[in-house]
Design a protein around this ligand. Structure first.
Ligand code: MCA
Ligand code: AMP
Length: 501
């Protein structure tokens, strides 16, 4: 039996225990013009934790708001697993996640309209302003038992090559470990003020971006939505760190030549961190040239949280994701998936496999998928291909599965989109690929054989169809019409033959 979990957020525990102490008045979360101190967060999240403590699992309608952050903190205080839902999820994706994770209630900001897929769930409003007002004058409620280190904390849905997304069960242990490893690598302390504009239903925005600052006793300012003007404003008003996906840094690089205030603000930052996909060297260089600052990259995955990073005290080498974080074992393997590559020559490519306390526990309800994801001796197969430089820096060079697309930092399975396209009456056959895109990294391309060649469905129609069913970021940006899909003798679609001239 794993030991009882120590507080995930020591500064919050302190504010709970001593609401009048100095720590209580430190800023914790800010979203636009709404913010809470640690004392206010304790006063808001504790009663909510008591309210949800008996729930089996809870869904959180994860809008980029203060309410979402408070709801997730409350779930963690209560030791109740939370399933963050993308508020832009379409009906079929949402239906799948709700039936697979079977939450007993859904937490949402007051006044938010929830879709029919959530109608059967009990709804609990996250009334931040009222709770702050009432409880700060009174006393916080004692927290329920948060469980052990192995208690599931979050279930985060992530796409695979085929089928609907799988729920990665992330225990408290992994969250604590990964955030502490990053603190070591980045010299991240309670004095840091983070700015970000990432969504709150994935690991990057939620665990690193919200839970990270709270674990350190520092603060986060969320932009609501990413905009370079917001980044410039916050970094010139005391924020010290920026987290973003490469698309965000690309937009920063594009804006810099005409925006000296942005350049000045970035130059002041202590740390600029990119992750979720590779940041092209061209964007690295443009930012370095305009600001004198180098963006550092870290490499992670929903199932593993963070594996490697360029360290704050290390050499910020563009095009690499740095070295394994403390506690993470990383190896490269040959094609058989078990023989370790010994070379540190910057040339020999192998699949990245990892082992360590940062890993998830399982895919919810998917024992076979869980078993397939690990080797017999417990290494997790990431599917990412890499080389190692002589000094141990890892350089990601590609991905094993061509059917996984990374667009805007979101992982998207081609199979999921193909299935959705096939449900459209105007589509007879469909194949989906990713192609390079300067802004998104990759953009989704649909190759379809229309049911009626005389009136094929338009790109807008198919994009809307996929966005309504799955999510807007999964919509195809380009559609090609073909008479037939190229297939091999076995009838399998030959995606490599799908090129447009
Ligand atoms: C457009 N929209 C539509 C349609 N077309 N909605 C419905 N139907 C349509 N046909 C809407 C979108 O919903 C959105 O609305 C707006 O139009 C623009 O969408 P889009 O062009 O797709 O994106 P963008 O706004 O340009 O977004 C770029 C972005 C975004 C901000 C970089 O891609 C993003 O936030 N990426 C972050 C991904 C991430 O966090 N990944 C972490 C997972 P509206 O204007 O209302 O928004 S990876 C991870 O966690 C691992 C552990 C790791 O390593 O980090
Ligand atoms: P997800 O499954 O959405 O959590 O995305 C995880 C995947 O994002 C990894 O398996 C990598 O392919 C990719 N990834 C994350 N960080 C980086 C990075 N810094 N450089 C290249 N790829 C990355």
């Amino acid at each position: 039996m794993s030991p009882l979990s120590p507080a995930l957020f020591p500064a919050l525990a302190e504010a709970q225990a001593d609401p009048d102490g100095p720590g209580s008045h430190r800023p914790a979360l800010r979203f636009g013009d709404r913010s809470v101190t640690y004392g206010e967060l304790a006063a808001t999240a504790s009663p909510l934790a008591a309210r949800v403590a008996e729930a089996g699992r809870i869904a959180v309608w994860a809008t980029p708001t203060l309410e979402t952050a408070v709801a997730v903190v409350a779930a963690l205080l209560a030791g109740v697993p939370a399933v963050p839902l993308n508020p832009k999820s379409g009906e079929s994706e949402l239906g799948h996640i709700v039936s697979d994770s079977a939450p007993t209630l859904v937490l949402a900001a007051p006044g938010t309209q929830l879709p029919p897929a959530l109608a059967a769930l009990e709804r609990v409003d996250i009334d931040v302003d009222v709770a702050v007002d009432i409880n700060v004058r009174g006393r916080g409620t004692a927290s329920p038992d948060p469980g052990t280190l192995e208690t599931p904390a979050l279930i985060v849905y992530t796409s695979g090559t085929t089928g609907p997304p799988k729920g990665a069960v992330i225990p408290r242990r992994a969250i604590a470990t990964t955030l502490d490893a990053l603190a070591d690598a980045w010299q991240w302390t309670g004095d840091d003020v983070l700015v970000h504009g990432l969504p709150l239903f994935h690991v990057h925005g939620l665990i690193l971006g919200i839970l990270g600052p709270l674990r350190r006793g520092g603060s986060v300012r969320h932009l609501g939505r990413f905009e370079t003007a917001g980044v410039a404003r916050e970094l010139s008003e005391g924020a010290t760190m920026l987290f973003g996906v490469p698309t965000m840094y690309h937009r920063i690089a594009e804006t810099l030549p005409d925006d000296p205030a942005l350049a000045k603000a970035l130059a002041r930052a202590r740390l600029l961190v990119s992750g979720s996909a590779a940041l092209p060297v061209h964007d690295h260089e443009r930012i370095a040239q305009a600001t004198g600052r180098r963006v550092i990259e870290r490499y992670g995955m929903t199932e593993t949280l963070m594996n490697t990073s360029v360290r704050a005290d290390g050499e910020p080498r563009a095009g690499t994701v740095g070295v394994p974080l403390p506690g993470v074992e990383l190896r490269l393997t040959e094609e058989d998936g078990t023989t370790a590559v010994e070379a540190y020559d910057g040339e020999t490519v192998g699949e990245i496999q990892v082992r360590g306390p940062n890993l998830f526990t399982e895919y919810l309800n998917r024992p076979e998928a869980t078993a397939a994801a690990f080797t017999e001796d417990g290494w997790f197969r990431t599917g990412d291909m890499a080389v190692r430089d002589p000094d141990g820096y890892v350089r990601i060079v590609g991905r094993k599965a061509t059917d996984l697309i990374k667009s805007g930092g979101y992982k998207i399975g081609a199979g999921e989109i193909e299935n959705a396209l096939l449900e459209h009456p105007g589509v007879r056959e469909a194949a989906v690929t990713g192609e390079p895109d300067a802004d998104l990294g990759e953009r989704i391309v649909a190759w379809i054989v229309p049911a009626d060649p005389q009136s094929p469905p338009t790109v807008e129609e198919l994009a809307g169809h996929v966005a309504r069913r799955l999510a807007p970021h999964k919509r195809p940006r380009v559609v090609h019409h073909l008479d037939a899909l190229p297939r091999n003798d076995m009838g399998k679609i030959m995606k490599r033959a799908l090129t447009h001239d």
